[in-house]
Design a protein around this ligand. Structure first.
Ligand code: F6P
Length: 548
């Protein structure tokens, strides 16, 4: 069954929120804290090893009540059941959206077109385990009898970002294998990766859901040719593995059946790290850790599916995001993890969130008359504090931010960790409270400055504050809670798509770029240039004339 359709702006609670916004748009959070000692407690959720504090938002109890009613009015409950049951909610591609099935328990039963897909999923998981164990232990060897030392994941978008982000995030749990990622069609990328590799001890994993993506096929072909300079065709079977839905194309490439890992069209590329797309994760940290990642995601799935909306982390974070996006007209959201391990997390979420909810046509085929997908960006703290935090503190834009931090570090260096976390807490507090004129005056007076200098400097040193943040505090970065954290954002995407009445699981905009690039490649490689706008035409002529 498709998702129900509505125009969010016509919903009663959307309009009630509009009126309510007029009442509280200038409200100061610090006054809300001063008048309500229970505020932090009221607006926080404890779940497993997560503590989510969303009290530093421009909301009151009434805001939350209206947002929760909006979710109900938009039939979110019904949508969640359809999502988990495998209904074909990706209507424009006629597909179910079942990345959640990839981390379901073995005894679960999830049917697509009358077939329970869980046994197949477990078969592939078993294959991932056997393959990873054999490569890690050295039982599986290269064609000259040497154990593998390096793995190269060849893929792009969802076939790269998820595995690359998780492999980096779980570096602490890594084994001896060196894992590399080649994604960009930029030939310099692939050359930089292979230049120091020994083909005899390198395993290549080609990951492409469609097995038609230009970037991935070009990189795979380049690597194959490079490999064949020191080996014969037969050796391909020991050094290349592939993950795809397109089994005939894999066979054409010459990959041994043993090394082929299927995936399914009901798993979107940007949600696919839980499938065999995560093979390089399993190789990097071992299957058990890969499985723990899946178990953590499954725990978050259960929370999302079963918890009441007012204690449901993905639902609350999604509603807050809608509150800023659609009522405060905030355009972007920052995601700031306070751990270097998560340094690819924002880049990963950029695809997840912006490819999913960057849509302007609703589920009825009409152009929307409201804002949808937010811009996502961020970098780890404290580095980001010394880069773009100035704009968040004192710029003209409202930028809600998620701060993700861990109570305990992995290497256990308390001195560093306390400094890191002092910054973490200090930033959200500063964003909340700002610094008043009176506080700045007191500070400057203490410096023994003359009045004229103080007056001149004063406006620049005042911070308005009142900048919203969510704090996600987790015990210690593990495969398990990383899985839960990723799943949290996946479900946030889903909730927002449901309320905005858009299709979150297609990506036609990206497809257009692929088509046009193929056409222009013909212009570049032939004598003729087809018809273009004058700017593109001039650029192409200039490029061709000066190419050496
Ligand atoms: O970026 C667009 C996209 O279609 C993504 O959704 C996908 O993750 C990526 O391309 C790679 O596609 P494939 O896995 O089919 O090579």
């Amino acid at each position: 069954m498709p998702l129900q359709s509505h125009n969010p702006t016509a919903l009663n609670h959307w309009n009630a929120l509009k009126d309510h916004f007029e009442d509280i748009k200038d409200i100061e959070m610090k006054k809300l804290f001063a008048s309500d000692p229970g505020r932090a407690e009221e607006f926080s959720i404890k779940w497993e090893d997560f503590y989510v504090d969303y009290s530093k938002n421009r909301i009151t109890g009434k805001t939350l009540e209206l947002l929760l009613k909006l979710a109900e009015e938009a039939s979110l409950k019904d949508a969640i059941s359809k999502y988990f049951a495998g209904d074909k909610i990706n209507e424009t591609e006629g597909r179910a959206v079942l990345h959640t099935a990839l981390r379901a328990k073995k005894e679960a039963s999830i049917s697509i077109d009358g077939t329970n897909v869980v046994p197949e999923i477990y078969e592939v998981k078993q294959k991932i385990k056997a393959f990873s164990d054999a490569v890690i232990s050295g039982a599986k060897k290269g064609h000259t009898g040497k154990a593998f030392t390096d793995i190269v994941n060849i893929g792009i978008g969802g076939s790269d970002l998820g595995p690359a982000m998780v492999t980096e995030a779980l570096k602490f749990y890594k084994n001896h294998l060196h894992v590399h990622f080649v994604s960009n069609v930029d030939g310099d990328h692939v050359q930089e990766v292979i230049k120091n590799l020994n083909p005899e001890t390198t395993l290549f994993v080609i990951v492409s859901k469609t097995f038609t993506t230009q970037e991935t096929l070009s990189n795979a072909t380049t690597i194959r040719n490079w490999f064949l300079r020191s080996a014969d065709e037969k050796a391909i079977s020991s050094h290349f593995a592939a993950v795809s839905t397109n089994l005939p194309k894999i066979a054409e490439f010459g990959i041994d059946k043993e090394n082929v890992f299927p995936m399914w069209d009901w798993v979107g590329g940007r949600f696919s790290l839980w499938s065999a797309v995560g093979l390089s994760i399993s190789l990097a940290v071992g299957y058990d850790n890969f499985d723990r990642l899946l178990q953590g995601a499954n725990a978050m799935d259960e929370h999302f599916k079963n918890e009441d909306f007012d204690k449901n982390i993905p639902v609350i974070l999604a509603l807050l995001s809608i509150w800023y996006n659609n009522f405060f007209d905030a355009e972007s959201e920052a995601i700031i993890p306070y751990t270097q391990y998560l340094n690819r997390f924002s880049a990963y979420l950029q695809q997840g969130i912006m490819e999913s909810n960057g849509k302007s046509v609703d589920r009825n085929g009409h152009r929307v008359n409201y804002e949808t997908g937010t811009l996502i960006w961020g970098e780890p703290g404290t580095n980001s504090q010394h880069a773009f935090f100035q704009l968040i503190h004192q710029g003209t834009k409202l930028i809600p931010a998620d701060f993700i931090g861990f109570i305990n570090s992995l290497h256990g260096d308390r001195d560093h960790h306390n400094k890191l976390m002092a910054n973490f807490f200090a930033q959200t507090e500063a964003l909340l409270n700002g610094k008043t004129k009176a506080e700045v005056l007191e500070e400057l007076n203490a410096k023994d400055m003359d009045d004229a200098s103080i007056e001149k400097l004063l406006p620049y040193k005042v911070f308005e504050g009142n900048k919203p943040t969510n704090t996600i505090l987790i015990d210690r970065l593990t495969p398990n809670n990383l899985g839960a954290l990723i799943a949290l954002y996946e479900h946030k995407i889903f909730v927002q798509g449901v309320i905005w009445n858009i299709f979150s699981y297609d990506q036609w905009g990206v497809e257009l770029g692929k088509q046009l690039a193929n056409n222009i490649l013909v212009d570049i490689e032939s004598d003729e240039i087809a018809k273009h706008d004058s700017s593109t035409l001039n650029l192409l002529k200039f490029f061709k004339k000066n190419q050496k």
